[in-house]
Design a protein around this ligand. Structure first.
Ligand SMILES: [Zn+2]
Length: 445
């Protein structure tokens, strides 16, 4: 899909800001004096600042008479009187209106950190008061910011109106280098946690993020961020991703054929929704600490028939594939154990659980990724861990050694459109790589 041809209005906004940002990039490139400008004009880049005026400032009513705008942030324990005083609003009728009028009820609660603005004319009279009570929230219209505006009505009283402004969408590109943990790398690249978790989810049929991460792994990610007046208020979707893990590169791109329901594919067009996840431990900030251990647990594969994942007691365990509960209960060495019958002759086993997910019974259907229980040390276990077995025709096999079944690739008819989407993101990612290499070259001189 070409962004310029998209009928969606926010997309137009993106395109416009991307071009502005691309111009900024060339300036960066010139300043470095080493980077060659790319062959084709760049459609996107990092941390874009849109130059469009927000609707708040663009309204002509606010421009004449030129108001003085004061802004303050609500502090813990603030009162309405204190807020109005800091804003230099001196209108005896305003405070009673704000605490009594139903239309102004969103200001009854003063959330610490939220912004209140007041515009005064050159005689010091109130033009408007605005309370940005919900700077960013997801609702049926997408990501919006909600705010209250109070204005004098000209006869000594006031009117209060709720407004909503769509959040701006910025396309961001970030790069992380893994030295101690994935979250550590994401933190140093200012990548929000929601994006880190999404990266893991997207590639979880390819990479075992609990066991496989190594020092020296790196990634590049292109994602949407929602901003309101320059401040980030939420994250959107990952558009593209490249992950170098143990010398092998995995890629992902979001692709929605004909505006249909979208999915992630690798750059070659294969669906990333594998039939099996690479591990059953939900990857979080806490479990990620176990991921870079050299030897997650003592036992050898031979004579053990499973893979052990050390994790704190109570860590959620998820089904690695769709399936049906074949066994749920206690068995001698396994302790609390669940066996799922998955596709064909595949089954999976999850042992030593502290407890099972509420209401789960024999015969129940579970979906891939669904939480089925929690890590514990029941049965023959020296400490809390998940013992996971992958079985083909009831015979345990090493899940890290077999090629797990995957879903079908894209239809040939969709390939051309898909390749143009991939090419677009590859341009971004390659350019980021060049900038980074240049920085390293300069640093080594
Ligand atoms: Zn084990």
């Amino acid at each position: 899909m070409n962004l310029d041809e998209s009928p969606h209005p926010t997309r137009h906004r993106i395109t416009k800001s991307l071009l502005i940002a691309a111009t900024g990039l060339f300036i960066t490139a010139a300043a470095l004096a080493v980077v060659k400008p790319p062959e084709a004009p760049l459609p996107a880049y990092v941390a874009l600042q849109t130059l469009e005026l927000s609707p708040i400032h663009a309204r002509s009513a606010d421009i004449t008479p030129a108001p003085f705008i004061a802004e303050t942030r609500i502090r813990r324990g603030d009162t309405m009187a204190a807020v109005l005083q800091r804003l230099k609003v001196d209108d005896p009728g305003l405070q009673p209106f704000l605490v009594q009028n139903k239309d102004a009820r969103s200001i009854y609660k003063l959330y610490p950190g939220r912004v209140v603005q007041a515009a005064l004319d050159d005689r010091g009279a109130l033009v408007w008061l605005r309370y940005k009570h919900t700077p960013g929230t997801q609702d049926s219209d997408g990501f919006v910011s909600k705010w209250l505006e109070v204005r004098p009505d000209g006869s000594g009283d006031f009117t209060a109106t709720e407004h909503r402004t769509p959040a701006e969408v910025e396309v961001r590109i970030a790069e992380g280098n893994i030295t101690s943990s994935l979250f550590g790398a994401a933190d140093s690249a200012d990548i929000p946690d929601a994006i880190t978790i999404e990266m893991v989810d997207i590639l979880s049929s390819k990479i075992d993020f609990v066991k496989d991460l190594r020092q020296g792994d790196k990634f590049r990610v292109v994602y949407d961020a929602y901003t309101h007046e320059g401040r980030e208020v939420g994250t959107g979707k990952i558009r593209a991703l490249e992950f170098l893990n143990r010398g092998q590169t995995y890629s992902a791109v979001w692709y929605a054929p004909d505006n249909d329901q979208g999915a992630y594919y690798d750059f070659a067009g294969n669906s990333l929704k594998g039939a099996f996840l690479r591990n059953a431990i939900k990857f979080t900030r806490i479990t990620s600490r176990f991921g870079l251990r050299k030897h997650p647990i003592h036992k050898q594969w031979r004579g053990h028939n499973g893979v052990d994942y050390a994790a704190p007691s109570g860590t959620p365990i998820r089904a690695t594939a769709d399936g049906t509960v074949e066994f749920i209960g206690r068995q001698n060495g396994y302790g609390n154990v669940i066996i799922l019958r998955n596709y064909g002759n595949y089954s999976t086993l999850y042992a030593h659980q502290s407890r099972f997910a509420a209401g789960l019974r024999r015969g129940a259907k579970v979906e891939q990724g669904q939480i089925i229980g929690y890590v514990g040390s029941t049965g023959w276990a020296t400490g809390p861990h998940l013992h996971y077995e992958f079985r083909i025709a009831k015979k345990p096999v090493d899940p890290l050694a077999v090629d797990l079944p995957v879903t079908r690739p894209l239809e040939p008819a969709q390939r051309k459109a898909f390749q143009s989407v991939v090419a677009q993101y590859q341009t971004h990612i390659d350019f980021l790589a060049r900038i980074q290499d240049t920085k390293q070259d300069l640093a080594q001189r």
